[in-house]
Design a protein around this ligand. Structure first.
Ligand code: SAH
Ligand code: SF4
Ligand code: F3S
Length: 456
């Protein structure tokens, strides 16, 4: 196989995989390869997700699709969490695969590409914590909204979840590394930075500083307009981080805080190490700090042992919280996790029916949340062109997609008035300027009526 000159990276799964995919692309470009559409690339990197069975199976159907009409294939690298979980099993099952590289080893991708080109074995699923970051090239020019991994791995071992096995133990990147990368992203055009971690709010440095201190330091960086962070664990929502939501100008009013179930019995079986009450109390305090905050969550339905009553408790907690947005999944047994062999596995038709009921409730809440923003003035960060002439698409402080006709550049913050709301996006117009000037770095709570809801 000859050395590839072009590449394509395709990422599945969570935002951290998107981040890793960008970094792999930067690495390959630094090595002289040019980005290319998937169909024509000499090297295709499938950056995979192992979280649910369907996600993990995608890689195999995608490998099949990469075969060209003449029967040849590009050089194929499987990266990400399936690579970590299945390792050498992947080329056994799919012989077209040339390279297997785990999420902590992808800085070695150029060596693996060279090895594969020479027909040598190209598998690396070592998990040296953090060493990849130091070995990666500097960040390159990119869009207005950027991801920045600050924490990786998980020590929580929820009984359904593969992440502690595929990403390894919790590690935090050092303060200086994070700040340097943030500055590089801003120099490259980022206006918004989303700090990423499997448990991002467990970020700690050697001096004992926590995520809120990092956020305060980022808030002071000139050129940055917005800060977000995801995903958080309820047990790591410290008092300081909660307070930051009321105090830090650039921290956006949005919190993704998964609870998974509304039944304490199911939460115990999941090893979530928090209960319903403690979760609701955290949200109450968050809403006290920032009353217009949008809350988002994740739910699993049909976990082993989930009775109809337990499922109804999940509907109950959704009603109590009133989410702006939420993801819900059917429980998927994952090999090697404790829940996969638990008694009381819920039959798929029951899971389907529960998922539909839960999603109907969540969709209604999301639509209501979006409708509640109609008539409001707020800022949007323009991220891309829309389909219609002159149309741009941006994000509100509450992470809603907003369409507006404006000649403002991509990457600018624009004051708009929301005029229409659908389930997945909003429309806005540019209002006539008001007499008094206002800061544009994001709508502040004081200017916004609180959203209805809260655990009352
Ligand atoms: N670290 C994050 C989420 C990681 S995975 C957290 O703890 O919240 C993202 C979501 O996938 C989880 O929140 C959970 O809702 C879902 N998920 C994880 N494992 C799953 C499984 N085996 N079956 C179905 N959904 C799962
Ligand atoms: Fe998975 Fe639980 Fe860790 Fe989240 S906290 S990554 S769900 S084990
Ligand atoms: Fe999937 Fe791995 Fe992310 S399993 S959700 S890509 S951490």
């Amino acid at each position: 196989m000859t050395a590839p000159r072009t590449f394509h990276v395709k990422s599945y799964g969570c935002q951290m995989n998107v981040y890793d995919g960008e970094r792999m692309a930067e690495l390959l470009q630094a090595g002289g390869l040019a980005p290319q559409e998937a169909g024509d690339a000499d090297l295709v990197v499938l950056n995979t997700c192992h979280i649910r069975e369907r996600a993990a199976e995608k890689v195999y159907s995608e490998i099949g699709r990469l075969r060209r009409e003449d029967g040849s294939s590009p050089m194929i690298a499987v990266a990400g969490c399936v690579a970590q979980a299945e390792g050498a099993e992947i080329p056994r099952r799919a012989p077209a695969v040339d390279i297997v590289v785990g999420p902590q080893a992808y800085h070695r991708l150029p060596d693996l590409v060279a090895a594969a080109g020479e027909g040598r074995r190209a598998l690396d699923t070592d998990m040296p914590p953090l060493s990849k970051f130091a070995a990666l090239p500097a960040r390159r020019k990119q869009g207005p909204s950027a991801f920045l991994t600050v924490q990786e791995g998980c020590d929580k071992f929820c009984t359904y979840c593969v992440v502690p096995y595929t990403r390894g133990a919790e590690v935090s990147r050092p303060w200086a590394a994070v700040m340097d990368e943030a500055r590089a992203l801003i120099d490259a055009g980022a206006k918004e930075i989303t700090l990423l971690g499997q448990n991002v709010n467990a970020w700690r440095d050697d001096d004992g500083r926590g995520l809120e201190q990092l956020i305060v330091a980022l808030d002071r960086l000139p050129g940055l307009a917005r800060i977000r962070y995801t995903t958080s664990h309820p047990n790591d929502m410290t008092e300081g981080l909660i307070r930051a939501h009321g105090e830090v100008e650039k921290l956006m009013p949005y919190l993704h805080l998964p609870v998974q179930s509304g039944s304490d019995r199911v939460l115990r079986a999941m090893n979530r190490s928090h209960g319903v009450e403690s979760y609701l109390r955290v949200l109450e305090r968050v809403r006290e700090a920032r009353r217009d905050i949008a809350i988002s969550g994740d739910f699993i339905v049909g976990f082993p042992g989930e009775t109809e009553e337990a499922f109804e408790a999940t509907l109950e907690i959704v009603r109590a919280v009133n989410y702006a947005q939420a993801y819900s999944f059917k429980y998927s047994p994952r090999p090697g996790t404790p829940a996969a062999t638990m008694e009381g596995q819920v039959p798929p038709p029951v899971q389907d029916e529960r998922l539909q009921r839960l999603q109907a409730l969540i969709n209604a809440q999301q639509l209501a949340f979006n409708r509640a923003t109609v008539g409001r003035r707020t800022s949007i960060l323009i991220e891309r062109q829309g389909k219609k002439a002159g149309q741009k698409i941006g994000k509100s402080p509450w992470l809603q997609s907003v369409h507006a006709i404006t000649d403002a550049d991509i990457g600018s913050l624009v004051e708009v008035e929301i005029v229409e709301a659908g389930p997945n996006s909003l429309s806005a117009t540019l209002p006539a300027p008001r007499a008094e000037s206002r800061r544009s770095a994001g709508a502040r709570a004081s200017q916004m009526p609180a959203f209805a809801g809260a655990a009352s």
